[in-house]
Design a protein around this ligand. Structure first.
Ligand SMILES: NC(=O)c1ccc[n+]([C@@H]2O[C@H](COP(=O)([O-])OP(=O)(O)OC[C@H]3O[C@@H](n4cnc5c(N)ncnc54)[C@H](OP(=O)(O)O)[C@@H]3O)[C@@H](O)[C@H]2O)c1
Length: 330
């Protein structure tokens, strides 16, 4: 059973699906069985490039393929819930891109479906499995830099795209918060848990999508300062501070290869710690986690559980409520 081949399907053949498929090819026993696009031509080209056996010109056809064990969903955020639920109802395990869905209500429905259908489901929060991010969080939580009381993390890039693109189109839940803001929120949540208080504000595109969002998350023993945006670059170094030192997760921190630490034990100099470079782009670790969970018969990951996804989107919902950010389909 341990060496059993797992047949993967991919839905939505855009930018991230390409990176994911490259990494999938690096995993022994992971087999790209089929891919699905809204157009047959694109599916065929993608299948040829990534050596998938089958190319479907419709998502529904892939759902009906009985040979597929798990489906990776890589469409814009607005369709994550609907497609994941359809896949689970078809008896498939699901790895769905972040954010798992656009709001708490949708995430709850997805979790309910996973439980009812008794299938595995995980949000593809790849940073959770990045070796340097993982080690940084572990060190911070194990007291290596004393009592952690401040996290400062951002994720910005300059995006020049038409208003109808998935980045700015509100019908597709566009905007920086759901696209990249979830990463700094994830880091704060991984260190501190659920915030006691949130203060948030945002600036908006003409479409209504957020282009800069800032939030202060307050906890009993600390504060996290998070920022995301599409109108400038930022240093994308995540900083975790404690009473005895600090950890810098190097840029771009969500997919980093290294981090630095001052831990108060020595010369007070930054010490760079190179964790092994990520295998592939770094999707390999979440893929392995899915395969391990399937092998164990788990319905969710212990590392990034349903509860984690639900608590994270609850924070996002509160930030959106404070910023007055609503999607037309809500
Ligand atoms: N983990 C990461 O590092 C990472 C990075 C980037 C994005 N993501 C996530 O992955 C998802 C996809 O992002 P992406 O950058 O890959 O987007 P993308 O390049 O625009 O690709 C999305 C794909 O979804 C399909 N799609 C279905 N309905 C669509 C619609 N109404 N409009 C546009 N495309 C539609 C299309 O595939 P077909 O034409 O083949 O049907 C499209 O190519 C997002 O939820 C995002 O948050 C994750």
């Amino acid at each position: 059973m341990k060496n059993k081949t797992v047949n993967w399907g991919i839905i939505g053949l855009g930018n991230i699906a390409n990176h994911f498929a490259n990494d999938l090819a690096l995993i022994p026993n992971a087999h790209l069985r089929a891919v699905a696009s809204r157009t047959k031509k694109k599916a065929k080209e993608f299948a040829e490039k990534h050596k998938a056996e089958k190319a479907y010109g419709s998502y529904k056809k892939l759902l009906k393929d009985k040979t597929i064990d798990i489906i990776y969903i890589a469409t814009p955020h607005d369709s994550h819930a609907e497609l994941s639920i359809a896949a689970m109802k078809a008896g498939k395990a699901v790895l769905c891109e972040k954010p798992l869905a656009v709001n708490k209500k949708q995430v709850k429905k997805m979790i309910k479906t996973a439980k009812k259908q008794k299938v595995f489901m995980m949000e593809a929060f790849w940073s959770k499995f990045n070796p340097s991010v993982k080690q940084s969080i572990e060190l911070a939580k194990n007291g290596r830099i004393g009592e952690v009381n401040y996290v400062n993390a951002d994720f910005c890039f300059y995006k020049d795209a038409p208003p109808e693109s998935r980045m700015f189109n509100l019908d597709l839940a566009g905007g920086s918060l759901l696209d990249v803001g979830v990463y700094p929120i994830f880091l704060a949540y991984s260190i501190f848990g659920k915030p006691k208080e949130i203060l948030a504000t945002a600036r908006f595109h003409d479409t209504g999508a957020d282009i800069q969002t800032a939030a202060i998350l307050k906890y009993k023993k600390g504060i996290a300062n998070i920022f995301c945006g599409f109108v400038s670059e930022s240093d994308t170094v995540a900083k975790i501070y404690g009473t005895k030192g600090c950890i810098y997760i190097d840029s771009r921190w969500h997919e980093t290869q290294s981090f630095r630490i001052i831990d108060g034990t020595g010369s007070n100099k930054m010490q760079e710690i190179k964790v092994n470079p990520t295998r592939g782009k770094g999707f390999t670790y979440e893929i392995e986690e899915c395969m391990q969970c399937l092998h164990n018969g788990q319905l969710e990951s212990d590392q990034w559980s349903h509860k984690n996804s639900l608590e994270l989107i609850t924070i996002v919902d509160e930030i959106r409520a404070q910023c007055g950010l609503k999607y037309p389909f809500e």
